[in-house]
Design a protein around this ligand. Sequence first.
Ligand SMILES: Cc1cc2nc3c(=O)[nH]c(=O)nc-3n(C[C@H](O)[C@H](O)[C@H](O)COP(=O)(O)O)c2cc1C
Ligand code: SF4
Ligand code: SF4
Length: 332
Amino acid sequence: MITETEARAILEKEHPDAELKVGDIVPEHNAYVYSITRRKGDDPDARLHNATLYLVDIDTGEISEMNVRELYDDADRDIPLGIYFSGTGNSRYALEVFMKKYHNGAPVRSIEDKEVIKDIAVHREIIFSYPVQYSDVPKIVRDFIDSCPSVWNDKRVTVIATMGLFSGDGAGALGRLLERHGAKIVGGLHLRMPDSIADEKVLKRSHEDNVRLVKAAEDKIALAVDGIKKGKYPREGLGMLPRMAGFFGQRAWFGHKTRSYSDGPKIDPDICVGCGKCAKMCPTGNITMKDGKAHSAAVCTLCYRCVNICPKQAITLLGKQVVQQTTIERYL
Ligand SMILES: Cc1cc2nc3c(=O)[nH]c(=O)nc-3n(C[C@H](O)[C@H](O)[C@H](O)COP(=O)(O)O)c2cc1C
Ligand code: SF4
Ligand code: SF4
């Protein structure tokens, strides 16, 4: 192994007129890395905007060159990436709060974003937030994971599962899908949030209680992130006991509902005013506009976005009547 002074001497021999800057070790390249910011004899204020970096191999002293952009890409790899799917905003908001505290400025992307796969390919650590459905993973999220199987290999993933009340193993359910493609699940965090099933009375809370619930989730996220920064990851929903709770609590009876897309919501043509909001927001393209009315097909992922945003409450899915529309913004 050569010292930094020896590495510098090797490079100076190769570039005698250069003023070398920084001899940082970049472990991934097993090399000291230098940039040439000025040539000797240049105006002291003149700086070379040189995109080339010079790497001196720590073991062999061999010099190689690299574009500075490649190094930035490598730096990006060490920044965590947040990805989410969200119907009414709970899972998105939870992730945003998490990422702001964990690594402010780190990217947060929806799985509906076309560029998201490229981002996943770059980053090593992923925080994946999603809403539990029947203690299971929504169909659109399953399909997303399986659409890019190789990209998950070796990723370190923390799963955030948001839920109205209980999932048993929400984090584990998503984690197992990712593990099949080579990911390593390092953490699981369960957050109770406002219930998104707008057309069922069960689990409905007052506005104040929902505000309190969101605040409690924020506090729980803060505690979890503090722990992670000290190397202690939350392990909610991971392991055999939670898995049994998720299976016997819900999945055994209702899990099949997330295995394929559903028939989709009922849209009352007498109430629909044709504003088009539902069609625009639907993540699967299940709703289309025809003759000034919204129509539903059979590729619904039960996200409940349309039911919650229809200004006329013309849409129902599992229930018969809209009881309480919800989006996270109401409780912030
Ligand atoms: C079809 C469906 C099934 C759900 N199943 C569960 C469940 O099993 N347990 C639970 O606690 N919440 C359940 N929920 C509630 C959501 O998981 C919860 O409201 C979540 O935070 C919504 O997040 P989002 O706004 O990101 O979509 C379900 C919601 C839907 C739409
Ligand atoms: S959001 Fe409601 S009113 Fe607007 S098009 Fe859809 S169903 Fe009709
Ligand atoms: S039809 Fe409604 S509930 Fe179904 S996927 Fe589209 S927005 Fe979500």
